[in-house]
Every structure is written in C-alpha cells, then in structure tokens.
Design a binder for this molecule. Structure first.
Ligand SMILES: O=P(O)(O)OC[C@H]1O[C@H](O)[C@H](O)[C@@H](O)[C@@H]1O
Length: 268
C-alpha cells in the first residue's frame, strides 16, 4: 500500500492517501485514530490509556477505492445485508466529506456528511474522541425508510479466550434460521451469525489483552454478532477471524427515522 501525506489540516489532524483512498489521521492527547473518508469509516482507535487498537482491521486490507474496507466500523446504509446491491448499501463505498472538526484539549469532534450528486444531504456522522469513542448517525432520508448497521469489528487478543457478556437471551440464529434461547455470555469458537433484539449494553472481556470493552447502543432495534470463522471472506486472511468479533448496532426491522442512532465504546 502506498501512503502519501496530502495535507496537514491542523497540528493534530492530517489527510493521507492510502492508495487512492483519503484517510484522516488524528494524533492527540486523547489517543490516535484513523478514519477513511470512503465510508466515513473508523479504521483505528487507540485511546491514550490503552496499547492495543480497539477496532480490528484486516492485515491484508488492500485499500482499493470503491471496495468495502474489511474492519473498523463500516457504515451499512441504506440497507443491511444482501437485500440490495451492493451488499450492505452504498454508504461504505462512497466518499463522505469532513464538514467540520473541533479539536479541544480533552475531546475531538469530527463531522462527516454524505451527499447525493445534487448536493442533497443523505446522512451525517459525528465522531467524538475523548476517553471514550462515540459515533452518532443521523439519517436525512426519512421517506425511504432505510436500514443501518454500525458494523463494528472489535479487536481481541484471541476470540476463543474472550467472553461477550450481557447479551440478550433470545436470538435469531441465521445459520439455523431459528429463533433460539442462548446464554447471556458467549464464547465464540466457530462461525456465528446471530441477530439479537437490541439491548443497551454489551461487554467484551478480552483475557489476552487484559481489558474490557464496553459497548453502548442508542436507539438500535437489533444487535448483530458475526464472526465468519473459516468461511471465505473478502480481504480477510485464514487467521483473521481469531482476533475479531463484530458486534453491530443495527436498525433492521425498525426502519430509521429522524432520531439518531448512537454507539459508545469504552475500554477499561
Ligand atoms: O462481506 P460483507 O458484505 O462486508 O458482510 C459481512 C457480514 O456482515 C454481517 O455481519 C452479516 O450478518 C453477514 O451475513 C455478512 O457476511
């Protein structure tokens, strides 16, 4: 991959090109972060008090313009899955604009806008970096009743030695196509694709990295848990599944309206 500095926007914020994809890099007292403008996709977040990245990014991600980036927080919008083409909607493949930023001593705000070719606003994202990370997604296409998933890939030391806690106890298992009763704590050591009714808070206990990731969902209707295990997945190595778990903040059955959907991530 070719990395080229395009512009220093502020002492703490620079714009690069990863091949042809514009990527913002934040280096601040709160931590470091990288955000691809293709998809307004967070691809790295290392809060100052942690050593490991909070989000997983495929080590073989090729950064090809117009192809979905495997990792971070892809924004699946305005549909989820293969109900349309491309898979998970067009928002993760298009360029978003950085419309404003506000860099303060203990917090950084970045605002992104997706527009149509006619400059009509489609959706807005605000990312807030402080001790925690917050993402707020606002939909402007109310009449189209879109779907959404903040499809977060969490980075763990070893998924089979991690616990996902505080999950709901019923889920739709996509693999069996059955509604199932499941324990609130799960250890993933095989292909998993489960659609849960949303709750407010889940926790990932990562034994290898000796840390806990708290995930707070706001105004979601579902939570999706996904790990493809050995199933062939684009831009993912044979070993990639060992260090990730997707916990997705989603609006699948209840379509999006005006009220924003939010995600907060805290690492302890
Ligand atoms: O390969 P992608 O289009 O990025 O989708 C990756 C995955 O996203 C979600 O978690 C879906 O539940 C899966 O069915 C899908 O395979």
């Amino acid at each position: 991959m070719e990395v080229k500095l395009i512009k220093q926007l502020a002492p703490e914020l620079a714009l690069y090109h990863y091949n042809d994809i514009p990527v913002l890099a934040l280096k601040h007292a709160v931590g470091t972060a990288k955000i691809s403008l293709q998809g307004a996709q967070l691809i790295s977040w290392i809060p100052a008090h942690t050593e490991q990245d909070v989000v997983w990014l495929s080590e073989i991600e090729p950064f090809n313009k117009g192809e979905a980036i495997r990792g971070g927080i892809p924004i699946c919008y305005p549909w989820f899955g293969k109900t349309g083409t491309p898979s998970h909607g067009y928002a993760r493949l298009q360029l978003w604009q950085l419309v404003s930023y506000d860099i303060q001593a203990d917090v950084v705000y970045l605002n992104f806008l997706l527009e149509t070719e006619n400059a009509e606003s489609v959706a807005h994202i605000e990312m807030t970096f402080s001790e925690e990370f917050h993402l707020e997604f606002t939909n402007y296409c109310i009449e189209q009743e879109p779907q959404l998933a903040l499809h977060t890939y969490f980075n763990v030391g070893d998924i089979s030695q991690s616990e996902i806690q505080q999950l709901p106890t019923t889920t739709f298992n996509v693999l069996t196509q059955q509604q199932e009763t499941v324990p609130p704590t799960r250890v993933v050591n095989e292909y998993v694709e489960c659609i849960y009714p949303a709750n407010e808070r889940n926790v990932i206990v990562d034994t290898i990295n000796q840390r806990t990731i708290e995930i707070l969902h706001e105004n979601a209707s579902e939570i999706v848990m996904w790990n493809p295990w050995h199933n062939e997945t684009s831009a993912m190595s044979e070993e990639g599944h060992n260090t990730m778990i997707c916990i997705e903040t989603a609006r699948i059955s209840e379509r999006l309206a005006e009220k924003p959907v939010g995600l907060t991530i805290r690492v302890k």
